[in-house]
Design a protein around this ligand. Sequence first.
Ligand SMILES: Cc1ncc(COP(=O)(O)O)c(C=O)c1O
Length: 391
Amino acid sequence: MVYFQPSERVKQLPVNFFDQLDNKLAESEDAGKPFINLSKGNPDLPTPSHIVESLKTAVDKPENQAYPPFLGKENVRLAIADFYKKEYGVTLDPLNEVAVFHGAHIGITGIPQVLLNPGDYMLITDPCYPIYYSSAILSQARTYSMPLTESNQFLPDYSRISADVLKKVRLLLLNYPNNPTGALATEAFYQETIEFAKAHNIPVLNDFAYASLGFDHNKPLSLLQTKDAKSVGVEVYTMSKTYDMAGWRFGFAVGNASIIQALNHFHMHAYSTVFGAVQDAAACALQSSQKCAADIVAVYQRRRHVLIDGLRRIGWNVVPPSGTFFAWLKVPDGYDSQSLSDLLFDRAHIVVAPGIGFGKNGRRFVRISLVSSEEVLAEAVDRIEELHLFE
Ligand SMILES: Cc1ncc(COP(=O)(O)O)c(C=O)c1O
């Protein structure tokens, strides 16, 4: 075999930080040790049955066996506009303010590529979903990280960005509800964001992947609910978490028409269309009763209770997440994210995500996901208790 060098751009893409953890786990499992893996964000519940049934019907339709329209089927674009109206009171033009694609991943890697030129800055947060770094590399752009700390409720402080950087910023990328911190954005924060973006002529992208996952009846806000948001803002939504449809690969972007137009143009060249039957099933999910989405949140809320109350009972003074299906837990004194993760791995056979994998501000945290049953989470608490870390 002749070895062909990948392009410089591909060489720059980092190896996934969590790959090494997966490899270590695979090796240990091969050795027969039973592990509890709480490091992942892959929803474990089945897709609601009415959505599965709608896919089955849609597969039989000859129109779905041919190429779908480039810009997505009209029914799904109408369903998206209708959904945003009902859920958030936001009016969207289904043709010019909606783009559909294979999951949020395409939107969050695509929008930076359609807006940024080499050397431009993209504002991201530290910690953040690691794919944002990859999306900057694919755009040949630079990132500037705004720290997320407990003391600012894990919301960035725009006043701390240096004037030099600000001049070169061409995209602000946010993610609320936030992975990994579990924080929600407030109305005041979004207002400040839109004012800041307008003042500096910066487009804003909110990755709304955990849109439905707010606890204690706190419904997460859409960025587009903010006054004037569409003048600078766009939001990416996915079916993966709201309806447990992660394997189906369907997401969409809504908002600023110029960004949607550029994304559609790029998408037509870079990717293909989404299977028409999946679009029909997505339309069904968005247009049917949203009780299934509320039921999913209720499951995570019960799991959150088991985990957080359990950890507090054994002496770990943790703060519950406000949204998402992740708990962002400060490590006890004497540990950092890596040493605690290693200890839990080696001595309790529990896999958690070390916070450092999400940025340097994650160095004192670990991320535990709620995509395991209450029984498994309770068992994890029992195993941690046996380590006597908090005595
Ligand atoms: C913050 C965030 N954005 C986007 C995604 C990807 O979503 P999708 O399944 O729609 O590609 C994830 C998946 O875990 C995520 O955590």
